[in-house]
Design a protein around this ligand. Structure first.
Ligand code: GUN
Length: 290
């Protein structure tokens, strides 16, 4: 088994990005600038946004963090997005999801200018991705593609089972892996909570992308010998042996599955780090589009 090491791979991509940013600066071009909007005090969202802002600083990007209380009105949020759309020095805008219930997620996503939508969630960008046009690709699936590319994993002709059909991960991942590209050219089965025979389907997969949000959901009996396992899950479970009383696990039962597969991403230290890398690549691209 080989570990698909998000730490190592993201460091390599980040070094490349930093070099490009330094080059831009030396040439008198603008500094890429990401604006992140965080609403409420969801600890996971706070941690994710904190990491994004920290990575901006590491790579020489500008960043702006806009924080709102949970009860911010939809109107105020939309006004802020309109302001950031107009602000010439801001290249990328992201609104951390999930949003509080009183705010319409679709309205918010559609309010972001498609050329600043570095999350790739705007319907116009998702539509372009569907038909293979160049656009911002949602960061988690894009990060997984970058990871597979880094290891030179040849996916052509493989059967890929994606578990979970979210707009952010499962659905775009299924599109990207079925495209005529490398990585890609897979035969993709997109599975979800109503799928019958999920275990049997997984057991036929050459690649499993687990993005269902259930701790240790993928067990060894669901995995074929020599499969490639990509674990998108970040779940916090109780662990009395830890000082914090909890620890992070993925959607895959790593300890048992690792014995059967050829490649596997750890949690933490896998896909999560690649997601940030992909977001930074999108932001750099957004700066280039101006
Ligand atoms: N919440 C979980 N993943 C993401 C992401 O990639 N972008 C945003 N904006 N929110 C998220």
């Amino acid at each position: 088994m080989q570990l698909l090491d998000g730490k190592e791979v993201s460091a390599a991509y980040k070094e490349q990005i930093k070099l490009e940013v330094d080059k831009r600066k030396a040439e008198g071009k603008t500094t890429p600038h990401l604006a992140a909007i965080l609403i409420g005090d969801n600890p996971a969202s706070k941690a994710y946004v904190g990491n994004k802002v920290k990575t901006c600083a590491q790579l020489g990007f500008e960043s702006t963090l806009v924080e709102y209380d949970t009860n911010v009105s939809e109107e105020d949020l939309l006004k802020k997005i309109a302001e950031l759309n107009k602000q010439e020095d801001v290249n990328g805008i992201l609104v951390q999801l999930p949003l509080p219930k009183h705010i319409d997620e679709n309205k918010v996503i559609e309010a972001i200018h498609p050329l600043k939508d570095v999350d790739g969630f705007h319907p116009s960008n998702l539509g372009k991705m569907m038909i293979g046009q160049e656009t911002f690709i949602p960061a988690t699936p894009y990060g997984i593609i970058l990871m597979l590319q880094h290891y030179g994993i040849e996916t052509s002709g493989m059967h890929c089972v994606v578990i979970g059909r979210s707009n952010i991960v499962g659905t775009p991942m299924s599109v990207l892996l079925s495209r005529n590209s490398n990585p890609g050219n897979c035969t993709v089965t997109l599975t979800h909570s109503r799928t019958k025979n999920l275990k049997e389907l997984c057991a036929t997969a050459d690649i499993i992308i687990a993005a269902i949000g259930k701790p240790k959901f993928v067990t060894e009996d669901m995995v074929k010998d020599g499969a490639i396992i990509v674990d998108v899950g970040i779940n916090r479970i109780p662990d009395a042996t830890r000082k914090s009383g909890s620890r992070l696990v993925g959607d895959v039962d790593f300890e048992n599955v690792k014995e059967k597969c050829d490649y596997i991403t750890p949690v933490p230290g896998g896909v999560g780090l690649m997601t940030i890398c992909a977001l930074m690549k999108n932001t750099l691209r957004a700066a280039d589009l101006v």
